[in-house]
Design a protein around this ligand. Structure first.
Ligand code: ZN
Length: 433
């Protein structure tokens, strides 16, 4: 990684896909935005044809460290994040040991600082050891150096309504949010894929939409009842979008995310029996894909979050029933969003900035991220070429894992450079002015 340059000019880019302009960066801050801002002796990045977006913020990343450093480390995961245009990621708590104490969240936060690729905001577990029995030290994690604001037992659902209520009440003291992995456990025992026509044909145990929707409805009502903040992880069904629309119409403080894979892929992929498509919640029907796209377009779903879930080959390249749930997502997220939302006319680039940077930063209370691209703001941004295209190759990833569901697919766009407070966290070419 490079040190901050005294002055760098990004020339000829289009902030949020708007008019062509220049952006100058001094000491990690945007110094000016406008035509011909270049001065003497500066370095220039040629950004003609590129879109400039605020650095992306992921609310849902599995970095696997501590405990599964064979799958990913904080360093490799955040490197993948930077290459995907992310400048901040929320690291999920289902590590080993679980991030349920100030000690573990501080360790993850510190590893993120040392790696330097992007800001790592550790997510704290809601319950001790993700056990679903008693609340973890939420206050201690909030007060720690990691300043945890997002709490989640992701991987498992906080299914006990009393515990969920207590967590929602508790986090109010420090403006936190509970991010729920909405999965009614009894309705999904042994589930392998979406419950529907195809699960019957393939003879696999189904994961019914109602198992997600019932928890979202319950938790939205609980959050309203105690006047707290709920965030819903990886929304995957049309019914979930309807429930969220209803909850928001009531004025309740409920937000939600959708993953790139739920915007693009359907349960038909399970017919290949290739475990690279095994994920939780499962890939749903084409009608569900249409509904989550529409929900993201109209803002019912606030954010795209990757649920980047690296797994070593031995946990993925095996029989479907034995394989781990999850897929990679950081390095392909923006391309999948361009393909499913921008190229389809559902969202413009300002909308992409809102759903992938502004709103997730606000939900996670990351005040330095998701900022407007104007003078005085941190130079935390991404340069993206929407006219590029590539065939995704698993071996091109810098993740330690290879479980991308897009291998062999042609996806549009390419992240050209990512800047975190003026530091380029990817390779970038500059020329003297
Ligand atoms: Zn989850």
């Amino acid at each position: 990684m490079s040190q901050p340059r005294p002055t760098l000019v990004i020339r000829g880019g289009r902030p949020l896909g708007g008019l062509v302009t220049d952006i100058s960066i001094e000491n990690g801050v945007i110094a000016a935005v406008g035509a011909d801002v270049a001065g003497e002796g500066v370095e220039v990045v040629d950004a003609r044809g590129l879109i400039v977006l605020p650095g992306l913020v992921d609310l849902h990343t599995h970095l696997r460290e501590p405990g599964r450093e064979d799958a990913e480390t904080v360093e490799t995961g955040t490197w993948a994040a930077a290459r995907g245009g992310f400048t901040a990621v929320h690291a999920m708590a289902n590590t080993d040991p679980v991030a349920d104490t100030a000690g573990v969240v501080e360790q993850v936060w510190r590893l993120g600082r040392e790696a330097g690729y992007c800001d790592v905001a550790p997510v704290g577990a809601v319950t001790v050891g993700l056990g679903g029995e008693r609340l973890a030290e939420l206050g201690a994690m909030a007060d720690s150096a990691a300043r945890v604001r997002v709490f989640s037992d992701d991987g498992v659902c906080v299914s006990d309504a009393v515990l969920m209520r207590r967590a929602l009440e508790y986090v109010k003291a420090f403006d936190g949010v509970v991010a729920q992995h909405a999965q009614e456990p009894r309705l999904t025992e042994g589930a392998q894929m979406n419950e529907g026509e195809l699960s019957g044909v393939l003879g696999m145990q189904g994961w019914p939409a109602v198992a997600e929707e019932a928890i979202i409805a319950r938790d939205a009502m609980l959050a309203a009842h105690v006047d707290s903040r709920l965030h819903v992880c990886h929304v995957s069904t049309a019914g979930s979008v309807e429930i969220l629309r209803w909850a928001k119409s009531k004025g309740w403080d409920v937000t939600a995310e959708v993953t790139p894979h739920h915007l693009l892929l359907t349960d038909q992929a399970a017919a290949t029996y290739d475990p690279v498509y095994k994920v939780n919640p499962p890939l749903r029907t084409a009608a569900d894909v249409d509904a989550v796209r529409a929900g993201l377009a109209d803002g019912t779903i606030d954010a795209v979050a990757t649920d980047h879930a690296p797994h070593p080959v031995e946990d993925k390249e095996c029989e479907w029933a034995a394989a781990a749930f999850g897929m990679l997502g950081l390095e392909t997220a923006l391309s999948v969003v361009q393909h499913t939302m921008v190229d389809t006319g559902l969202l413009d680039w300002a909308g992409v900035a809102d759903r992938m940077s502004v709103r997730p930063a606000r939900i996670g209370r990351l005040g330095e991220h998701g900022r407007p691209l104007r003078a005085g703001e941190p130079a935390t941004l991404v340069l993206y070429d929407p006219s590029a295209s590539r065939v995704v190759q698993a071996q091109d990833s810098v993740s330690l894992s290879r479980n991308t569901p897009y291998a062999g697919m042609t996806l549009p766009g390419r992240v050209v450079a990512t800047f975190l407070r003026g530091c380029c966290t990817t390779a970038v070419e500059t020329v003297p002015a």
